[in-house]
Design a protein around this ligand. Sequence first.
Ligand code: NI
Length: 227
Amino acid sequence: MLIAIEKVLDKDEVRQFRARLDAADWQDGAKSAGSLARAQKRNLQIDEKSEIASSLGNHILRRIGTHPLFISAALPCKIYPPRFNRYTDGGTYGAHIDGSVMRVPGTNTTLRSDLSATLFLSEPEEYDGGELEVEGAFGAQSAKLEAGDLLLYPASSLHRVTPVTRGARVASFFWIESLVRDDGERTLLFDLDQAIQALTRKVTAADPDLLKLTGVYHNMLRRWAIT
Ligand code: NI
């Protein structure tokens, strides 16, 4: 399932991010791709060991760590430190699947990528092209979100970034190991949680049916969660 999470960063934060990123030292992104994906990848990235990547990345982690919709949709267990990319001058990333198991840089921790995340840092009108296209059961879906919004999609899906023919597309990207590995199970939990949240606004907290549904949610999560 593709889930758009709006306003992870507000416009002020986006402006501050962009001021730092637009002045940053960008390197050829093909260096960090696997051998198959390398031929498909034409973009720029920031060294993940740099101060700017870690300080902006930590800011994103603080925002999503308290974002109810992100938590509900991703059920995060581990999050890869956010990275940053820039597509300009025809830059593109052809169809590929992200790596499945990754080592978190500078640690002995590995992470299974269940979900991929793209946080858009350019407004859609700043550039032409640069759509994120994700293949799913119902064909390809295309996303080009507002700056500050985040797209979550299954890391198992084939996806691509179409060529940027005008302007620059700046984004942050990272991966999430979820407590619930299976996308279908995670989607059921998300739908149930969203329905419970909506009901909470309509009935009293002690409503017995609301309590029952909340119990079902937690008992499904208990059944499926891998910690
Ligand atoms: Ni990718």
